[in-house]
Design a protein around this ligand. Sequence first.
Ligand code: ZN
Length: 87
Amino acid sequence: MSSAPISHPDAMRLVVELARVYVACDDCGHSRLLYRSNLRKVNEIGVANYMQLCRKIRCGECPKRPLMQRNLTIIPTWIERGEAQTA
Ligand SMILES: [Zn+2]
């Protein structure tokens, strides 16, 4: 069975709705957090929604590899409704 690499209910939500994103590499154990300042930058280069963001994210420590061969754990934290939109 072939399925889309990302089948996430929040796939179409906007990058600007994210408070932060936790990214862990299951290959080397490297992990990092993307903050709103990082997310704004990727938004500026044309990454609009969460699905596109997931395709863009890769491990900074491992060599570049095709999307399907990445072993990343990506955990988004969405901005709560009513949370202040302070920069
Ligand atoms: Zn890695």
